[in-house]
Ligand binder design. Structure first.
Ligand code: KIV
Ligand code: NA
Length: 276
């Protein structure tokens, strides 16, 4: 299994890191069997599997519940769990206690936090000092969608590009083990990736990042209607799954399922006599 130090050496060797989200036992199991380097129990689970309007509704208990299931499905894979909305950005002590709870109860190998506010920088330092590796997350930070005013590409002009680079250096300095870059121009990812010794893992951030992460259900186009530009689907899950379900329904209605192949039999002599 990968460790934090492997991540750095993969960057040095130019070996790409392949990361995927997972939210439950079967998705984790299949991703591990496929050879994924790292799994993320993202708070995107709120939208992707719980049907919430954003990640803002996701609770610590949600993250722990799903984190444990993923850990059971992929116990040989580096596991990152998101700290959800307002589980940090509270007092430093409460944030650390929440981190402790999520880290201990899920058996995660690292936790992820969004942003680089002075409080978050301090939290990354304290978590790292306490032995909790932290993955930082910059660019589009979905927990702040209501402040950012929507899911938009970040860092397209000189000032915001400089700000994201400065934040990236700050999270590295504070001890972050890796950095997720979401929805920023590929040119900016290239500069950030070259400026850091920790790996960058991009989502909607181009080829230059040291690794890539995508949402499991987007990769399989399973239960998601609209895919962002940066997603590539490798399966048409909506079509394939709905097609299979239609076939099942059709076969039940037309008496074709279950056939004898899917039925148990017994000696008719042992049948109870039918009541009149
Ligand atoms: O929650 C999530 O899925 C994420 C990834 C998009 C990086 O944070
Ligand atoms: Na997330």
């Amino acid at each position: 299994m990968l460790t934090v130090s492997h991540l750095r050496s993969m960057k040095e060797k130019g070996e790409k890191i392949a990361m995927l989200t997972a939210y439950d036992y079967p998705s984790a199991k299949l991703a591990e069997q496929a050879g994924i380097d790292m799994l993320l129990v993202g708070d995107s689970l709120g939208m992707v599997v719980l049907g919430y309007p954003s990640t803002v509704q996701v609770t610590i208990d949600d993250m722990i519940h799903h984190g444990k299931a993923v850990a059971r499905g992929a116990d040989d894979t580096f596991l990152v769990v998101d700290m959800p909305f307002m589980s940090y950005h509270v007092s430093l002590e409460d944030s650390l206690n929440n981190a402790k709870r999520i880290f201990q109860e899920t058996n995660a190998h690292a936790l992820k936090v969004e942003g680089a506010s002075p409080e978050t920088i301090r939290l990354i330092e304290r978590m790292t000092a306490a032995g909790i590796p932290v993955i930082a997350h910059l660019g589009l930070t979905p927990q702040s969608v209501n402040v950012l005013g929507g899911y938009r590409v970040q860092g397209k002009d000189r000032d915001t590009a400089q700000k994201i680079l400065d934040e990236a250096k700050a999270v590295e300095k504070s001890g972050a083990a890796a950095l997720v870059l979401e929805c920023i121009p590929k040119e900016l990812s290239e500069v950030i990736t070259a400026s850091l010794s920790i790996p960058t893992i991009g989502i909607g951030a181009g080829q230059a990042c040291d690794g890539q992460v995508l949402v499991y259900h987007d990769v399989l186009q399973y239960g998601v209607d609209r895919l962002p530009k940066f997603v590539k689907s490798y399966l048409d899950g909506n079509e394939d799954v709905t097609g299979s379900l239609k076939q099942y329904i059709e076969e039940v209605k037309s008496f074709r399922f279950p056939s004898d192949d899917h039925s148990f039999t017994m000696n008719r002599d042992f049948l109870p006599v039918m009541q009149q």
